[in-house]
Design a protein around this ligand. Sequence first.
Ligand SMILES: [Zn+2]
Length: 228
Amino acid sequence: MGAGPLINLHSHTRYSDGDFTVEQLVAAADHGGVTHLAITDHFETSKVYSLRAAQFDEYLEEIHEAAKRHPGVRVLAGVEIDTDPSRCDLEALPIELLNRLDIVLFEYVDDNGSTLETLEPLLSQLRPLRGLAHMDIARIYAGTMPSEVASRFRDFGMFVEANAAWPYRRDGVPFYELASRYYEAFRGRVRVSVGGDVHHSLEAVYELERPYRFMRSVGLTDDLLFRP
Ligand SMILES: [Zn+2]
């Protein structure tokens, strides 16, 4: 894929609903030339099998050990938060544990989960990078100007992902491609990332050509997290 960072900031292990260990994912990143891999297991949600607060030390230790074995990969420790309050008790989330992470992803925001306004008390206490996972932007904000959406994400300090996984498509087209005019409005205002949302395939760790091609096509290369 050429020089410069190759990032994948969304992956799941056996600590939640993924098939592989942390070490297997980091080794795949190393093999595939991924420079930054975030391990982002589901955390404390009833929707899927998920990481629990009691496992947090073990989880971080495993991530740090895998990072040591693969010095060519910057491994970020993260989680993915389900913002549907019927499945995840957002007010009971352990802030002090989350603040030991590098990155926190939020799913179903402004959709069937919580709004950014509802999440603000939580967001305001979090130090890690925080991002919006697999958002169907074109559908959710169909009546909203792209520049307004960009302002909204910027004001709440959220980065936005281009998610490469198959569920986040309509008629085979990824949600991010359907929302290209919104992504164009993010230029210089909202940071963006690429996420493989790895669960069941090690190739998904490093097969990121399509979202990277998209980022180039909408002029967002300089707005990617961990740019050169
Ligand atoms: Zn995910």
